[in-house]
Write a protein that binds this ligand. Sequence first.
Ligand code: CIR
Length: 267
Amino acid sequence: MTDHSFRFTHALCRSPARSVTDGLRAVDMGAPDPDLFLAEHAAYVAALRAAGAEVTVLPAQEAFPDSCFIEDPALCLKGVAILLRPGAPSRLGEAAALRPDLERHLSAVVELPPGGFVDGGDILCSDDEVMVGLSARTDAGGVAALRPLVEELGYRLRLVDTPPEILHFKTESSLLDAETVLATPRLAATGCFAGYRVIETAEGEDAAANAIRFNDPVMLSKGHPRTAARLTAAGFDVVELPTTQAALVDGGLSCLSLRYSLPGEEQ
Ligand code: CIR
């Protein structure tokens, strides 16, 4: 298997619930509009399909306002789903609710042993390394429980810090290829990407850092022209997608899918 950190055959998404209006946010800039959120979500799913993904869109779960951010309750590596334990009390139940779907779609499901919390948004994976940012949602106990699971799958786990001002490590970073990350200047300045080539988001465009490389395209939040130009100049094929509604509840592009390949079906 090569380039498994950005070449995928499948994605799992969850339709935004009407209750997304109650989604968690650090600063209230108004509630998202559920219909507009659905339209932006549909564009996202269409872009994944255009990039070659077989996408399953799971039904909305009204009981969990943040459940469209399906990246947080699980981590998919080499066809295996690791069921995580989200650190926000209102999101804890999302993992158990997702389990049957992971069992249906992935080749195996393993559960994070007790001991702490991990949100998928704090995990950035390259081909052989899993970086996990400690944050308000992800603690040392959770990372200690996660370490043997990812090592078993052939990755090394590296603990990094999520700056206190940001929700998740991947709020401000994403993988562009096996050696390159996109990150905000603030996160890059911590030195956590030593060994990687770093492309920084342009000034005032921090929100562009929550991007995804899915097969050929890099999907980038619309409205960040100077970061888009940097990526294009570096040779990436940029597809811009609207994220206005996810942004109101502190979400971005990576949070909206679990991306994976099944053994034998790698691209
Ligand atoms: C939350 O606070 O949990 C949601 N409102 C946003 C989650 C975004 N997820 C992510 O960055 N992976």
